[in-house]
Design a protein around this ligand. Structure first.
Ligand code: AMP
Ligand code: FES
Ligand code: ZN
Length: 359
């Protein structure tokens, strides 16, 4: 964690400091640092009215530091938070991640849903690398990018579907300040104003069937989340996904870190300035959220209305349809099937796995 300058914690002024936070011009001992993390999450939740204490929250937990820390923080703060792990089929990386998430859920005695892309939908992320679209094959890094694209699409789809199916009020992810600043940076570089309008730590539920989505860690950096896990003794997957190497977001993160080193606080100014002063003032939310949603013809989940006369099929079902024609692996059930009975109250009370639930 580093302790340049060392010295006493500037919170309690009693213990030795274990971490320096240049952006906040302070340093903390372990206890005060954990308080600082909870305070930042509290500020985030209150600023956007993200969560209420009677909400049923579904936290998407990848096994990495951010989402495990988020789950831990929300549980410690007294929220009702269950976990969702999605198996992406990325060899040892996926199996180690799943083990860590299961162990954490067991230790805390909390409910965990485990979904598996290959089992439920008949394809996994390595399949999208083996069978890229022709247009992706022609692009530099196109195949790797296709994996991340399919991965992001699948996560959003399964998270939303699981939240809706089980009646969760809200879906929480572990996106942190570095993730959000990098995302904004990329959107600004290409002036993707539609994405900029949608970039928010909270997206409300839509009537068509999209669950409310929140990012309570948007005020905290990757380094702070790693330090939190170490201080709290949380075991997390340290390795990065083997497929993301060299992806564009990583390059944006590196560039922002370079700027941050020279001027601590740059990332936070960039992101918070946008959220507090630019987004609402300069982007007409109705214009961007006004797109009407219609049910997907395959799975029934909402998708933007298509051209008149065109059958509306959501992006996930289209990608899945394409891959299923190429992949030689039977899906255990159709994405639109709902052949599995609801679980009994005993099954839902404590830690459970949900490999039998698809819709
Ligand atoms: P990423 O898209 O990998 O940057 O992850 C962003 C967030 O999505 C994480 O902080 C988690 O909340 C969630 N997430 C990513 N991968 C998974 C997964 N395999 N299962 C459940 N949640 C995940
Ligand atoms: Fe999505 Fe690696 S976790 S491509
Ligand atoms: Zn669909």
């Amino acid at each position: 964690m580093g302790r340049p300058g060392g010295g006493r914690c500037l919170g309690c002024k009693e213990q030795d400091a274990v971490i320096d936070l240049a952006r906040h011009r302070t340093r903390y001992c372990g206890e005060c640092f954990v308080d600082h993390i909870r305070t930042q999450v509290r500020v985030a939740i209150d600023a956007y009215g993200m969560l209420r204490y009677d909400d049923e929250i579904l936290v998407a937990v990848s096994g990495g530091k951010d989402s495990l820390a988020l789950w831990d923080i929300l549980l410690d703060m007294g929220y009702n938070a269950s976990g969702l792990y999605l198996g992406l089929g990325i060899g040892g990386y996926s199996s180690r991640s799943e083990r860590i998430v299961r162990d954490y859920a067991e230790r805390r005695g909390v409910r965990l849903h485990v979904e598996d892309l290959a089992e439920e939908y008949g394809f996994d992320i390595p399949d999208s690398v083996k069978h890229p679209r022709r247009s992706d094959k022609k692009k530099k890094n196109g195949v790797g990018r296709a994996a991340c694209g399919t991965c992001g699409l699948s996560k959003r789809y399964v998270f939303n579907k699981t939240a809706l199916r089980h009646g969760y009020d809200v879906m929480a992810t572990g996106h942190n300040l570095d993730d959000e600043a990098a995302q904004l940076f990329g959107n600004v570089l290409r002036w993707q104003t539609e994405f900029m309008a949608r970039q928010s730590p909270m997206l409300p539920a839509s009537e068509g069937g999209l669950a409310r989505k929140v990012k309570p860690l948007y005020r905290l950096t990757e380094r702070e989340m790693a330090a939190y896990c170490i201080i709290k003794g949380l075991d997390y997957v340290v390795e990065e996904c083997p497929l993301v190497e060299g992806n564009t977001v990583m390059r944006y993160k590196d560039a922002l870190n370079e700027l941050e080193r020279a001027a601590p606080g740059t990332k936070a100014h960039f992101l918070f300035g946008f959220l507090d002063r630019v987004r609402d003032e300069h982007f007409d939310q109705d214009e961007h959220f006004g797109t009407s949603l219609v049910p997907c013809d395959d799975c029934g989940l909402p998708t933007p209305a298509h051209q008149p006369g065109q059958t509306p099929v959501c992006a996930f079902c289209r990608t899945r349809g394409r891959l299923l024609q190429l992949v030689d692996r039977p899906a255990r059930s159709d994405a639109s099937d709902d052949e599995h009975p609801e679980r009994t109250p005993e099954q839902t009370s404590e830690q459970t796995t949900e490999q039998d639930v698809t819709a």
